[in-house]
Design a protein around this ligand. Structure first.
Ligand code: 13P
Ligand code: SF4
Length: 349
């Protein structure tokens, strides 16, 4: 168990971590990408960590894969690859470095390990979970199979390795409709996200039966509140993640994966937009779309926010926490993830 006080003390004794405005000047290229959301004095506190992490990354032959929900200081300061779950899974298959530091939640690090069993995969905080991944077990998958004999099981990547291993194929929010449509038979079982499954069912040719898990971040948004925001601000564009309730997705001008949402803002340049998702998304793209105003509210993912610059430095310093996947799950889970990547590339999604 990580003792935060001991961690801070050991890091302070090993690296120069004093806040520094001089360092901010030396890192202008990075600071210019976050200056809309981070005051210079705040960045002065992050800069020494960014310097230490980037140096250590080179020494350890490590690469940092970071999800779109990471804070701006991680996303712009230390990440080598940023993206949605599908992009990170594909990036994990192409990594040359010996060490992968996964800045995201545990199922994402497990996916990287599944695709790179010979590499060292580290997660800066192993308790960074996910309400969806926690909602379903391989025994639940077996029960669903018994209820719908012969129906293929499509599991969202937001699942444990054990659940992936019990599934026929994985999907992400970027390719779910296409993957479901490509399955044989009339009925497809989707786990664990009930709302994603209902959103997929609206667009798919298949009958979709599903597990009732949900994301604690996206389930909070309601269609009524979105209608209220629109009534106050008729020009407001609203774009949502498909983990939201179907009524919320219907109310939105666009629904897509986290990277799909980023691309939509960059391509459409709305005057004012509300990103119905995790808060860091708007902060991470603010600098690249200076003409766009981001409307609040947004919700924080408490699991994603467990990953901090300090814990990333600790992770590289101590080479921990190493992510492992039980041998019996490794091959079948890899087959389910690789099927998804292959199919997605064939279908061009
Ligand atoms: P994306 O695959 O769209 O990045 O979503 C992952 C996630 O956990 C969203 O809550
Ligand atoms: Fe899981 Fe929701 Fe957090 Fe994504 S935002 S990691 S789905 S809890």
């Amino acid at each position: 168990m990580l003792n935060l006080q001991d961690m801070s003390a050991e890091l302070a004794a090993s690296y120069d971590l004093e806040p520094s405005l001089t360092l901010v000047d030396e890192m202008r290229d990075i600071y210019e990408r976050v200056d809309r959301v981070l005051p210079e004095v705040e960045f002065a506190g992050y800069a020494p960590y960014i310097r230490a992490i980037n140096r250590l990354k080179a020494e350890r032959n490590a690469v940092i894969l970071a999800h779109n929900y990471m804070t701006p200081q991680i996303y712009h300061g230390v990440a080598d690859v940023v993206g949605d779950s599908l992009q990170l899974a594909i990036a994990a298959t192409k990594v040359d470095a010996e060490v992968i530091v996964q800045c995201g939640v545990h199922f994402m690090a497990e996916t990287s390990k599944i695709l790179n069993p010979q590499k060292t995969v580290l997660i800066p905080d192993a308790t960074a979970g996910c309400s969806l991944a926690a909602s379903v077990t391989s025994a639940d998958i077996a029960r669903m199979r018994a209820e719908y004999p012969g129906a293929p099981v499509v599991s969202y990547v937001n699942t444990t390795a054990a659940v992936k291993a019990a599934s026929d194929i994985c999907c992400t929010s970027a390719n779910a409709v296409q993957i479901v449509d490509a399955m044989e038979g009339d009925t497809v079982i989707m786990t664990p996200d009930g709302f994603l499954a209902q959103n997929v069912a609206r667009e798919s040719r298949k009958r979709v039966v599903y597990w009732q898990g949900s994301c604690i971040v996206h389930e909070q948004y309601t269609a009524a509140e979105l209608r209220e925001y629109r009534a106050h601000d008729p020009g407001l564009k609203i774009i949502a993640h498909p983990e939201c309730q179907p009524e919320v997705a219907e109310e939105a001008d666009y629904t897509g994966s986290t990277s799909g949402m980023i691309d939509w803002v960059r391509d459409n340049r709305p005057e004012k937009v509300m990103l119905v998702t995790e808060c860091s998304m708007a902060s991470n793209i603010a600098d690249s779309v200076p003409d766009v105003e981001f409307a609040k509210p947004c919700n924080l993912c408490p699991y994603m926010k467990k990953i901090t610059l300090e814990k990333i430095l600790w992770s590289l310093h101590r080479m921990g926490e190493e992510v492992t996947v039980p041998a019996e799950h490794l091959e079948p889970a890899r087959a389910a993830v690789e099927r998804m990547i292959d199919l997605s590339q064939r279908l061009n999604v």
